[in-house]
Design a protein around this ligand. Structure first.
Ligand SMILES: NC(=O)C1=CN([C@@H]2O[C@H](COP(=O)(O)OP(=O)(O)OC[C@H]3O[C@@H](n4cnc5c(N)ncnc54)[C@H](OP(=O)(O)O)[C@@H]3O)[C@@H](O)[C@H]2O)C=CC1
Ligand SMILES: CC(=O)N[C@@H](CCC(=O)OP(=O)(O)O)C(=O)O
Length: 342
């Protein structure tokens, strides 16, 4: 059994990790942390886990994380980078759901995240865990940077076009909408019910911290710099991201065939039939990304629709997928979930 610790077990991605890991046949959960709720049974806080998780929360200091085989950090940005070196030295493989190891340019990371990086050497060796592009590197990763939620939906949606070099790489546009759970469980005014439940807004138009992450990924796929406009929106639903992506075609290609071929055999990317409009509820609570590709009126603009559950393929599910790859386990173990609908 793989001994697993979860740092940040009281948050939304943390409890989602517990939901998935509690049904993983090769994982033994040995430590789940909370600074404020240490001593409380996990299933008292989350009755959905009654009969599934028998542990109590412990403080991060008492968690004996160095005895684990793998530790997930479901914590705010800037936490994993302080502890990863010690864990790696103890032979523990680290999977960070936050952004500490996602951006390889340290100055760029420090600019967007507003702090000094505590472990730049580990950034250099960390693997960006988008399985559809980096499966081989993920297998041996000691530090795994789990992609962000918006970056997962946008990168998967653009991947076939950008890799094939069939669009104008200088003018890519990603218009993405997220459910409110994307902001986490902590109390904040913008995510109060009365602030967000009956309204819709864009934010971060002048620059969101996921912009450099998405740009870095697309630049790697293209082998050259790309120009990207990324506009996130907060939408009144709990889970889900719907990304609408726009690009100008520079070559006449069979888009449906391009997408179907690129994602053939991918367990968690579903290229839908031509003309489809994927809905976020069709991926709810599952690790699936559903994609549809359109060419409205036969013109030169490609429109790609990409939907994920931000807490699953956008966070905890992708992290478990990466754990499976890292430990040589069948990739969909614990992730074979039929989405909840309605
Ligand atoms: N929500 C989403 O859709 C996505 C989130 N992410 C990323 O995943 C991470 C977690 O997000 P989310 O679950 O939404 O956040 P939450 O705010 O819901 O949870 C954060 C968790 O971190 C713990 N925590 C906070 N500060 C510390 C600290 N200094 N040391 C140890 N533990 C701490 C909290 O536990 P306690 O206070 O009990 O100790 C809590 O369990 C973030 O980095 C986020 O950016 C990534 C993709 C999608
Ligand atoms: C709706 C909402 O607020 N979403 C968050 C992004 C989700 C997240 O937690 O960011 P990481 O993927 O970088 O970890 C935001 O825009 O800040």
């Amino acid at each position: 059994m793989i001994k697993v610790g979860v740092v940040g077990g009281t948050g939304y991605t943390g409890v989602e990790l517990l939901r998935l890991l509690s049904r993983h046949p090769q994982v033994e959960l040995v430590a789940i942390t909370s600074r404020g709720e240490a001593g409380m049974a996990v299933s008292d806080m989350f009755p959905s886990l009654r009969g599934r998780v028998g542990l109590k929360f412990v403080t991060p200091q008492d968690a004996a994380l160095d005895k684990c085989d793998a530790v997930f950090f479901a914590t705010p940005n800037g936490i994993a980078m302080q502890q990863a070196a010690g864990l790696v030295a103890a032979g523990v493989r680290v999977i960070d759901l936050a952004a500490d190891f996602r951006i390889s340019d340290i100055a760029e990371w420090e600019k967007w995240y507003g702090m000094t990086h505590a472990a730049p050497d580990l950034v250099a060796e960390a693997v960006y865990g988008l399985p559809e592009t980096s499966r081989e590197q993920i297998r041996t990763a000691r530090v795994l940077a789990n992609p962000g939620c918006y970056p997962t939906s946008v990168q998967l949606g653009f991947l076939p076009l950008v890799e094939a070099g069939v669009v104008d790489l200088a003018h890519l546009i990603a218009d993405a909408k997220s459910g409110v759970s994307g902001a986490g469980r902590k109390a904040e005014v913008p995510t109060l019910f009365s602030e967000s439940a009956d309204s819709f807004k864009a934010y971060g138009v002048s620059g969101h911290r996921h912009l450099p992450e998405i740009r870095q990924g697309l630049t790697r796929f293209a082998g050259q710099p790309v120009g990207l406009t990324f506009v996130p929106h907060l939408t009144p639903m709990i889970r889900g991201i719907h990304a609408t992506l726009y690009a100008r075609l520079t070559k006449d290609v069979d888009l449906q065939a391009l997408y179907e071929q690129r994602f053939a055999g991918e367990p968690f990317v579903d290229v839908m039939p031509q003309g489809s409009h994927p809905e976020t509820r069709s991926v709810r609570a599952s690790n699936m990304c559903r994609i549809a590709v359109h060419r409205p009126q036969g013109g030169d603009t490609v429109v790609v629709l990409s939907v994920i559950d931000n807490l699953v393929k956008g966070a905890a599910g992708q992290a478990v997928q990466n754990l499976n790859i890292m430990f040589g386990i069948e990739e969909s173990t614990a992730l074979d979930i039929v989405p909840v609908s309605p």
